[in-house]
Design a protein around this ligand. Structure first.
Ligand code: FAD
Ligand code: DHB
Length: 424
C-alpha cells in the first residue's frame, strides 16, 4: 500500500506534535494509557537509536520501545567494525566524541592463506577511506546517553509489544510498561526490532517476498584479554576452516572461528579454541598468536536474508528487521545505519513539505545498497570459508580467487571500496 494513499487524513499539526512530545515522558510515568508521538520506533538497537537521534535533530518526535533492559543492550556483544560513513555520521551528529577518543582506525586488512599474509591497502585503493574498530555496545551506550540527556523517551523492558493499524490512517503500538498496558498512537511505525522482532511478521501474508540463503556454518566468537596479534584485522583461509583476528582495544582481542552451524559451545573449551586458532592462523616468519584469558564466548549462525519491500502502509522496516548478512565483511550494523539515514531524510521531507516522494521510494532506495552489501558479504563468505560440499576443485578455486584478489589491482580495489563502504 502506498504511503500517499494513507496520508490524506493526517490529523495532527506540528504544534500538536510538539505538545504531545513534551508530555510523553510525564504521561508514561503516570496511569494514563495512551500517548501520541510522530514516529513509534520498535527496538533500541543501532537502527532504532540512530533513527531516533537523527529524527530529534530534525525536530521530529519519537518514542523508542525496547523489550530488553538498558544494561542488557549496553552489554550485548556483537559487531565492532564501522564503515567510514557510519563514523562520519555519528561524529557529525554529535555522538562521536568518545568514539573519536577510544576508537582504532584501520587503513587496511590482511588476507592470509597458504601461510602468507597479503595486505589490502585502503589508503592506496579506497581513496583514503578507513574503517574503525569501536564496539557496537559502545555505540549503543553513546546513543542511549545522548537520548536520555536530551530527556527523550526510551521505554526499556516493554513487554507484549504489538503493532496495529499501519495499513490505516491510525497506526499504534500496544505494549506493557512495568506491567501496565499502554498504547502509543503515531503517524508512522519504524520497525527496527531486529531479525526476531514482531514488526516484519505483523505484515499480512502475501505482501512480502523473502530471499534467503543459509550457510552450513556459524561463527564462534570470543573476547580475550590479549593484545591484538597484528595491527590490522587478519582474514584467514585455511583447510581447517575460516578464522578472523580482530580486536576491541589495544588490550582486548576479538577472535572468530568457523564452526558447524549446529555446534554446541560446550564442545569448545578454551584450550581447543586457542589450539584451533593457532592452526588456522599459522604463518611463515616470526608471527605469533597473542593469547590470554577468554571472558566471553558465543556462537552466531549465518544467513543471507532480504525482505522486499521494506515498507507496508505506514510501517517502515530498517536494519536486521529487513535483512541479514553473514558477518564476513562486517556490513550488518553499517547497513542498519544506512537504512535509517534514508528513513530520517524521508520523514524530514514529509514533515517539512507534506510530500511523500522519499517515503514512497524508501524501500527501493535502501534495497540498492542492501543488495550490494549482500553480494559482497556472500562473496567474502564464499571465498574464505570451507563448505561441507567442498572438494579439491573448490579449494583450488578459492585459492585462485584469493591469489587473484591480492595480486590484481582491479580486484583489490573492488574489495577495498566495498569493505570501507560504498558511497551513500
Ligand atoms: P538489533 O541490533 O538486533 O536491534 C534490535 C533491537 O530490537 C534489539 O535491542 C532487540 O532487543 C529489540 N527488540 C526485538 N524485538 C522487540 C520487540 N518485540 N519490541 C521491542 N524491541 C524489540 N555488523 C557490522 O556492521 N559490523 C560488524 O563488525 C559486525 N559483526 C558482527 C559480529 C557478530 C558475531 C554478529 C552476530 C553480528 C555482527 N554484525 C556486524 C551485525 C550487527 O550486529 C547487526 O546487523 C546489527 O545489530 C543490526 O542492528 P539493528 O538495530 O537492525 O538490530
Ligand atoms: C568484526 C566482525 C566482522 O564480521 C568483521 O568482518 C570484521 C570485524 C569485529 O567484530 O570486529
Amino acid at each position: 500500500m502506498r504511503v500517499s494513499q494513507l496520508w490524506l487524513d493526517r490529523q495532527l499539526t506540528h504544534a500538536a506534535y510538539k505538545t504531545a512530545q513534551a508530555r510523553v515522558p510525564v504521561l508514561l510515568g503516570r496511569e494514563r494509557k495512551t500517548v501520541r508521538t510522530q514516529i513509534g520506533i520498535v527496538g533500541a538497537g543501532p537502527a532504532g537509536l540512530v533513527l531516533a537521534h537523527l529524527l530529534h535533530l530534525q525536530g521530529i518526535e519519537s518514542v523508542v520501545l525496547e523489550t530488553r533492559s538498558r544494561k542488557y543492550i549496553e552489554e550485548r556483544v556483537r559487531a565492532g567494525l564501522l564503515e567510514q560513513g557510519t563514523v562520519d555520521l555519528l561524529i557529525e551528529t554529535g555522538v562521536g566524541e568518545r568514539l573519536q577518543r577510544e576508537c582504532l582506525t584501520h587503513h587496511g586488512i590482511e588476507l592470509r592463506f597458504n601461510r602468507r599474509g597479503h595486505r589490502i591497502d585502503f589508503d592506496d585503493l579506497a581513496g583514503g577511506k578507513t574503517v574503525t574498530i569501536y564496539a557496537q555496545q559502545e555505540v549503543i551506550k553513546d546513543l542511549v546517553a545522548a537520548r536520555l540527556a536530551a530527556d527523550l523517551p526510551i521505554i526499556f523492558e516493554a513487554t507484549d509489544v504489538t503493532v496495529h493499524g499501519f495499513d490505516s490512517a491510525k497506526p499504534s503500538i500496544r505494549f506493557r510498561a512495568a506491567g501496565n498496558p499502554e498504547e502509543l498512537h503515531c503517524d508512522f511505525i519504524a520497525g527496527c526490532d531486529g531479525f526476531h522482532g514482531i514488526c516484519r511478521p505483523s505484515i499480512p501474508a502475501g505482501v512480502l517476498t523473502e530471499f534467503v540463503r543459509e550457510y552450513p556454518f556459524g561463527w564462534l566468537g570470543i573476547l580475550a584479554k590479549a593484545p591484538p596479534s597484528s595491527e590490522e584485522l587478519v582474514y584467514n583461509y585455511s583447510e581447517r576452516g575460516f578464522a578472523l583476528l580482530t580486536m576491541r582495544t589495544r588490550e582486548i582481542s576479538r577472535l572468530y572461528l568457523q564452526v558447524p552451524s549446529d555446534e554446541d559451545i560446550e564442545a569448545w573449551p578454551d584450550d581447543r579454541i586457542w589450539s584451533e586458532l593457532r592452526l588456522r592462523t599459522a604463518a611463515d616468519g616470526d608471527w605469533k598468536l597473542s593469547e590470554g584469558a577468554i571472558f566471553q564466548k558465543n556462537i552466531a549462525s549465518m544467513r543471507s536474508y532480504v525482505v522486499e519491500p521494506m515498507q507496508y502502509g505506514k510501517m517502515f522496516l530498517a536494519g536486521d528487521a529487513a535483512h541479514i548478512v553473514p558477518p564476513t565483511g562486517a556490513k550488518g550494523l553499517n547497513l542498519a545505519v544506512a537504512d535509517v539515514r534514508i528513513m530520517s531524510k524521508a520523514f524530514a521531507e514529509f514533515y517539512k513539505t507534506g510530500k511523500t516522494h522519499l517515503l514512497e521510494r524508501y524501500s527501493e532506495t535502501c534495497l540498492r545498497r542492501v543488495w550490494k552489501a549482500q553480494r559482497f558479504s556472500w562473496w567474502m563468505t564464499s571465498m574464505l570459508h570451507r563448505f561441507d560440499t567442498d572438494n579439491a576443485f573448490d579449494q583450488r578455486r578459492q585459492l585462485a580467487e584469493l591469489d587473484y584478489v591480492t595480486s590484481s589491482r582491479a580486484a583489490s580495489t573492488t574489495l577495498a571500496e566495498n569493505y570501507v563502504g560504498l558511497p551513500w
